[in-house]
Structure formats: C-alpha cells, structure tokens
Design a protein around this ligand. Structure first.
Ligand SMILES: [Zn+2]
Length: 320
C-alpha cells in the first residue's frame, strides 16, 4: 500500500555562512557549519533564501570549494560556503555573483528610510524616497530605473524581482549612510549640496560667493511655511530636513512678496544648507552663495547649522 512506502529520502548538505550573513540566521546556525535537509534538487539560491539570507546580500558561493552561480542545483552531500559582500580576503572578480556594478549608483529607499534619503541627497546621490511607496512600487522603480533598493525588510529583498538591492544592518541613519558608502564604494563620488534634500532635483548655483564659509551669514528673510509644511519639517536638531517630496508646495509666484513672519528673528535653518522658497531677487542683497533646485524651486544657502552637520557627518567618516 502506498501509505506504507518509505517517504522520498531527503538529501542533506553542509552550509556555512560567513561574517554578517549570520545575522539573518537562527542563532544556533551562526558562525558554524550545520546540516540542512531538502527535497529534490533545488537551486542553491532557493536554499540560501529559505534559511533566511536575501540573495542581494550574497557575493560568493563555493560548493565543495568551487564558485557556483545562484542557479546551481544541489543534489546532496555538498559543502556550501556562502560569503557576504564584504569578505576580508581578496576574491577574483570573475567569481562574484553580483551583476555588473551600476556605473552611476542611484537609489530607491523604502518608506522607513527618510533620514537616510536626506543624507544621500545632501551628498549628491540620486535618491528616490516617498513615505507612501508600496513594496510593488519599490520593486518596479528599482527594476525600471536601475536603482539600488535600500531596505531593512529581508522579505522585500528575497523577491525575485530584486536585481540590485541592499539590506541595511544599522538602524541609525548616519550608520546606514556609512554602510551605503562602504558597500557601493561611494566616498569618491560625494558631491555635497548638488541635489535638493527635499525633492531630489538637481541644484544649480545661482550666486557664487567667495566668502561663503561665514557660518552666521543668513539671508534677509525666510518664508513662513504653511502649517502642513511646518509639521513635516522638523526631523530633529542637526538632522537634515525630511519632507515628503510628493507634496512639495508649488513655487511661489515670483511677482508676489515673500511672507514675513518675524523679520527680527530669522528661523534657524534645519540643516547645513538652509532652504526657502524666497524668490532669488529678494535675496539679491544677501551677498552669500545661493543655489536653487531646478525641480521645486527651493533656495539653499550656507546656514549656521553647516558646522554641526559637518561634525555629525565627520563622526561617520564623511567630510563635506
Ligand atoms: Zn527640490
């Protein structure tokens, strides 16, 4: 009778995950080899993800000492060693699993990474972020625009649609920034204050002042934000501004004067480059350097928080 026949015997192999890949495993499987049983002849990628490790985090797989692709089929009895993006020893480039590095790194961030998005934009990196992106939308944007998906959601990174993605181990936004810069080797590409922290648009220099490093220099006035905007614009002292780029207010009519709330006490800017939608001609007498976002019209100038921003970034090895 069929019910008395022995079940199809399972195959087993030995797995060992190295370095930070252990963080994705059950505690008893970290920093050691363990036996893993499976049915049939699954791909090594299938087994790695079933054990909890997103394929985006894996850079090299050795089966019995030989590098293999994700599609390699396991039949049983193999020793599988899995290495993360940052193994300490030198690897031959030809053995790596990653697709060709993206020439111009661009990012799309999940909804929990708003402060990291601001930091990346401040450093000049093309970064899409909205606080209402759905998972499918993130995947679609990542694929269609060849953007690296950054997230702390391992389930999202296990989706087959992800070709360029990265898990962020840190929870602190500046530590996350350091992780991204290291993983994609971006330090040499940092171009501070070339991109709008608010909407990701390119920022053009309108006025280049030779003596722009006076930290106390302020523009004459700053526009009074609308109540909704004010609510969105306080991520904390010294932190870069975070605003929902999907709801950027329209540019003011250049013919109307700026609204002035308290001319005697200009509001301190929220980050190193203060921002405002004051029309450039109003700021003409200010004398410092001014930049303007091509997309949303935001005006930026070096503000008193620039020193603090520099200090905070210096703590994670970023100099601007
Ligand atoms: Zn902008």
């Amino acid at each position: 009778m069929a019910s008395l026949l022995p079940a199809t015997p399972q195959s087993t192999c030995e797995f060992r995950f190295y370095e930070e890949l252990g963080e994705f495993l059950a505690p008893e499987r970290r920093k050691r080899s363990f036996t893993h049983a499976f049915d049939g002849t699954p791909s090594v990628k299938d087994r790695i993800e079933s054990l909890g490790v997103p394929h985006t985090e894996v850079d090299l797989i050795l089966v019995d000492g030989e590098p293999v692709p994700f599609s390699h089929k396991l039949t049983g009895g193999e020793r599988v060693a899995v290495y993360p993006m940052f193994e300490r020893f030198e690897l031959g480039e030809s053995n790596r699993l990653r697709p060709t590095p993206l020439r111009e790194p661009r990012f799309v961030l999940d909804v929990h990474l708003g402060r990291l998005a601001s930091y990346l934009r401040l450093l000049g990196f093309d970064t899409l972020y909205r606080n209402d992106y759905h998972d499918d939308e993130l995947l679609r944007i990542s694929r269609a625009q060849h953007r690296i998906l950054l997230t702390r959601d391992t389930g999202l990174l296990k989706r087959a649609a992800v070709t360029h993605g990265a898990f962020l181990h840190a929870t602190d936004p500046r530590r996350q920034l350091r992780e991204v810069l290291d993983r994609f080797q971006l330090d040499a590409r940092i171009a501070p204050f070339t991109r709008c922290a608010r909407c990701n648009g390119k920022v053009d220099l309108l006025v280049d002042a030779p003596d722009e490093h006076d930290p106390d220099r302020q523009p004459p006035e700053e526009r009074d934000p609308s109540p909704g905007e004010r609510e969105r614009r306080d991520p904390g002292p010294g932190e870069p501004e975070r605003r929902d780029p999907g709801h950027a207010p329209p540019e003011r009519d250049p013919g109307s004067p700026p609204e002035i709330r308290d001319p005697g006490k200009p509001k301190p800017p929220k980050h190193g480059l203060a921002s405002s939608a004051v029309p450039p001609r109003v700021l003409a007498g200010y004398g410092g350097s001014l930049s303007r976002c091509r997309d949303c019209g935001q005006i930026y100038w070096p503000g008193s928080h620039l020193t603090r921003l520099r200090q905070r970034l210096a703590e994670v090895g970023v100099s601007i």
